[in-house]
Write a protein that binds this ligand. Structure first.
Ligand SMILES: [Fe+2]
Length: 185
């Protein structure tokens, strides 16, 4: 399950209802999916898409998404640093950023209209929708591994627009990981 930190209040949430409510108040959709699909998280992308086709079609119907793919990033990914550098600065997109995490972890920072900054650490089973126009940035965790289903309204529109605000520099991309959860449960 995701771990959410309200950075301005230095408060960390690990309860799914609290997370969902807090994120919803900032316009972010969060769902914890527990689909009963027995598929290895390193299965080929087309098998992942086929296995999750019912959920993908439901999301498409809800959000007007037209295509889905699987992004796979690990420490050996060619051009990893350049890829990460595109998304670890505050930006927004002309369409929603929708991710269902299959494996690994990642850290979204959301800069809400209220000024609140939320850090959302996602892991396998987490679905997140960052609506178009939302200011955000993304980092990998220390294991530099994430695999996720992505949905697009228009692949041509999914380019980052940078704010160059420098706000992102005030927040260290720290993931808690499983060690944090085991300490609190
Ligand atoms: Fe983004």
């Amino acid at each position: 399950m995701a771990v959410v930190t309200i950075c301005n209040e230095n408060k960390t949430l690990t309860n799914v209802d609290e997370i969902t409510t807090t994120l919803s108040a900032c316009g972010i959709d969060y769902e914890r999916w527990t689909p009963s699909h027995s598929i290895a998280d390193d299965a080929p992308a087309d098998e992942i898409l086929q296995t999750y086709s019912r959920e993908i079609e439901a999301l498409k119907a809800r959000g007007g998404y037209v295509t889905a793919d699987v992004i796979d990033v690990n420490p050996a990914t060619p051009g990893l640093e350049a890829m990460l550098a595109k998304f670890n600065r505050e930006h927004w997109h002309d369409e929603d950023e929708v991710r269902f995490i299959i494996a690994g972890r990642g850290l979204f920072h959301i800069h809400a209209m209220t000024g609140t900054v939320l850090a959302i650490e996602v892991e396998a089973g987490d679905l997140i929708r960052v609506p178009r126009g939302t200011l955000h940035w993304f980092n990998l965790c220390d294991d530099r591994r994430i695999r996720a289903i992505r949905l697009f309204q228009d692949t041509a529109g999914w380019t980052p627009h940078y704010t160059s605000s420098g706000v992102d520099e005030n927040f260290l991309p720290v993931c808690f990981g499983l060690s944090h959860l085991s300490m609190t449960t």
